[in-house]
Write a protein that binds this ligand. Structure first.
Ligand code: FES
Ligand SMILES: [Fe+2]
Length: 392
């Protein structure tokens, strides 16, 4: 929904070219994206409170790698490649669990939660084995907004993770003005009231491009344009004339709900320009952050193939709201339903677009109208990263 405001015709051509169809259909391109984008940048993988106590772990797929994310006793949350250092079996063979140590099920090499090799059959008779060196291979971790972010940059190849401040926080600064503006929502202290997983038969870039524009809002989002009328003209803006701009609720709208009825308790410390406003941020390559006065909606994308993407969407509310929902005293279904419908509408459009990407009629791509020109910046960024990969 991020779009630059346009009051007058843009100079030059109205239509800009998109990427070619092949960018969305080629397995080879997808592999380069995995290597150059998802395996080198910061990925938001799970909620930190989904592994609340020491020993709890989950596995996640980032790029082409499977990663264990575990809460340790002494070192906070750590992440490792799910690859046994003995002969390579997956150490954790299910999606989640809770253990005092991480033990491989093949020959019982056993790793501390902090990663080092602590036990193995006959290990004492191999005193030269360096237990740190043969510990699980670790992956860079950050916690932000209550989520665990990981970066797979390859230390063995001399790679360092990109600066979290410059990349992730930099994106927030670009769309939100200042990182501090997002602090008003206190996202790290919110609780997840609902989470939905969508298995979308579309390339991940189609999903990002869809999120970045509102040219489609009037056509496919009747409920959203009712709540936020300025989206109906396709020119609602996060950055109007270079200024950060939230999209305002309609006059008769009481809350960010599917029918415009009252929402739930609002965040206590949002600024006046955040009241009755919706903001959206794209954090490349796989996160969307949406804020309303009483809920924050966060999407995480996990590309599976060139034509399939898993999207996990969380609806976050104040802890007391979620407590009341859990106690059966409060219903947030109307709040959740609004963006759930938006998701279904958007993903259906993406799925109806994906097959055309391999059509001869789209061989040289399509067109971006002026209110979509900023998608061209995303395409330039993408081309630069993927071409850097092909130059290797
Ligand atoms: S492969 Fe894990 S202990 Fe042998
Ligand atoms: Fe949409």
């Amino acid at each position: 929904m991020i779009i630059d405001h346009l009051d007058a015709p843009v100079p030059g051509s109205s239509l800009h070219p998109t990427l070619t169809g092949e960018a969305y259909t080629s397995a080879e391109v997808f592999e380069r994206e995995q290597q150059e984008i998802f395996e080198k940048m910061w990925n938001c993988v799970l909620r930190a409170d989904s592994i609340p106590s020491p020993g709890q772990w989950k596995t996640v797929t980032v790029g082409r790698e499977e990663i264990i994310v575990v809460r340790t006793r002494k070192a906070g949350i750590k992440a490792y490649h799910n690859v046994c250092r003995h002969r390579g079996m997956r150490v954790c063979t299910s999606g989640d669990g809770k253990n005092k140590t991480l033990q491989c099920g093949y020959h019982a090499w056993t790793y501390a939660l902090e990663g080092e090799l602590v036990a193995a059959p006959n290990l004492t008779s191999m005193p030269d084995v360096d237990r740190e060196q043969y510990g699980l291979k670790s992956v860079a971790v950050r916690e932000w907004l209550g989520y665990v972010w990981v970066c797979l940059s390859d230390a063995d190849q001399g790679e360092q993770p990109p600066s979290f401040e410059e990349t992730v926080l930099g994106e927030v600064r670009t769309s939100f003005g200042a990182v501090e503006s997002i602090d008003n929502y206190g996202i790290e202290n919110l609780r997840c009231g609902e989470s939905k997983t969508y298995d979308v038969a579309a390339n991940w870039k189609l999903i990002i491009e869809n999120f970045m524009e509102c040219y489609h809002c009037a056509t496919i989002h009747p409920e959203l344009t009712e709540v936020i009328p300025e989206f109906a003209d396709g020119l609602a803006s996060q950055r109007a004339n270079g200024e950060v701009h939230g999209a305002s609720f309609g006059e008769q709208i009481r809350g960010f709900t599917v029918d415009g009825s009252d929402g739930v308790t609002e965040f206590p410390s949002i600024a006046p320009d955040q009241e009755r406003k919706y903001y959206a941020i794209t954090v490349k390559p796989q996160v969307f952050i949406n804020t309303a006065p009483d809920q924050v909606i966060i999407h995480r994308m996990f590309p599976v193939s060139e034509s399939r993407t898993i999207v996990v969407c969380d609806w976050l509310f104040l802890p007391e709201v979620v407590e009341r929902v859990d106690a059966g005293e409060l219903d947030v279904s109307k709040s959740v339903e609004l963006f759930h419908r938006v998701n279904l509408q958007d993903f259906e459009a993406c799925e109806q677009t994906q097959p055309s990407m391999s059509s001869r009629a789209y061989r040289s791509g399509g067109a971006l109208v002026p209110s979509e020109h900023h998608i061209g910046e995303f395409h330039s960024w993408w081309t630069q990263r993927v071409e850097a990969g092909s130059a290797d």
